[in-house]
Ligand binder design. Structure first.
Ligand code: SAM
Length: 345
């Protein structure tokens, strides 16, 4: 099956296969850059179908490499496809695709971590946040070392409704190491429940749409790959600043096997830790003996709300870092030790 009947009316003309493109342009995958290519167009078509209807869409593909997913996107009858690729070796192969789809493919040699897509598409595409998602989509199979920091960055953009989300609730279909895909979508109580689960799910509808076995990639990575679809929620499940949510969530999960009060306690200076942690848990109505993975998003919402009120009434609190306090205590002890050795009373 070259492509499903659901894909659109525009078809690319016959082209060399991705394998031939790789040979033609000597695109040996660079292990240090974690380059693993998808050559099977049935799989790239499947990723693109999972992104939803792309007819007339403006699509941003991150890390196109030799262009497998790029071809499937072009065959989905999009209005425009913008690709951002860091490695110059791939540009001539992508140029060949651009010639085969006149006026549809824009190629940028750049870094997706800094590229400003909010300036790339027409302003007329913008939708109100409460409306259906805009006809703008993000799709990509990036190295795992890039996809995780990128999704954290984009989640923060979702919370501020800027970056790729100036267009509205732009959907994203991205690949991750399968274990990371499982963490992103893990439900309350499951073994994979982690910081990423909360950060993604309080802002987006997140679905692990399918898994691609590692053997489908060239060269074969050590792990399988999960395709995850994100659609920003109209109403975030926690309505607090991203950094505040991130701080609470990170503190809870730093002792993943202990009771949740243990990590939460570290939000407070040692001198007030016991009393403030008790107050936080009591006002948020959270059982201190729940383990981090047993906390639901609703638990995190109340914890964040109460912590926010505590920060509002104590302006020093949000900046408090227990690691910093530990460091300072250590330095103080060292100084006191030095002083007693030097005979200073
Ligand atoms: N999407 C292609 C596929 O599925 O066959 C290539 C996948 S390969 C895992 C990742 C691609 O992302 C490579 O082409 C790599 O050069 C590119 N890449 C890696 N980091 C990037 C970054 N920060 N910005 C843009 N492209 C990047």
């Amino acid at each position: 099956m070259a492509a499903s009947g659901k894909l659109g009316a525009f078809r690319l003309p016959p082209l060399p296969t991705i394998r031939e493109i790789i040979k033609l342009f000597r695109l040996r995958a660079m292990k240090q850059l974690s380059q693993n290519f998808l050559l099977d167009l049935r799989l790239t078509d499947k990723i693109v179908r999972k992104a939803g209807s792309l007819t007339g869409a403006y699509v941003y593909e991150v890390g196109p490499g030799p262009g497998g997913i790029t071809r499937s996107i072009l065959n989905a009858d999009v209005a425009q496809l913008l690709v951002v690729e860091k490695d110059t070796r791939f540009i001539p192969g992508l140029q060949m695709l651009s010639d085969a789809a006149p006026g549809k493919l824009r190629i940028v040699h750049g870094d997706v971590l800094t590229y400003k897509v909010e300036k790339a598409f027409p302003e007329s595409l913008r939708r109100h946040w409460q409306d259906d998602p805009p006809n703008v989509h993000i799709i990509g199979n990036l190295p795992f070392s890039v996809s995780t920091p990128l999704i954290i960055k984009w989640l923060e953009h979702v919370s501020c409704r800027d970056g790729p989300f100036v267009y509205g609730r732009t959907p994203m279909t991205l690949t991750f190491q399968k274990e990371v895909a499982e963490r992103l979508t893990a439900t309350t109580g499951s073994k994979q429940r982690s910081r990423l689960s909360i950060m993604a799910q309080y802002l987006c509808d997140v679905e692990h749409v399918f898994t691609i076995p590692g053997r489908a990639f060239v060269p074969k990575p050590e792990v399988d790959v999960g395709v995850v679809r994100f659609i920003p929620l109209v109403q975030p499940k926690i309505e607090q600043p991203f950094q505040l949510v991130e701080k609470v969530v990170q503190h809870v999960f730093q002792f993943r096997r202990k009771y949740c009060h243990r990590g939460l306690g570290m939000l407070f200076p040692e001198a007030q830790r016991l009393e403030s942690t008790g107050r936080l848990l009591c006002l948020a109505d959270v059982d201190p003996t729940l383990r981090p993975r047993q906390l639901s998003i609703a638990h995190f919402r109340s914890l964040c709300e109460v912590y926010r009120r505590m920060c509002d009434s104590d302006p020093q609190l949000f900046a408090y870092s227990f690691r910093e306090e530990l460091k300072q205590n250590k330095q103080k002890r060292r100084r006191e030790g030095d002083d007693s050795e030097s005979g200073v009373p």
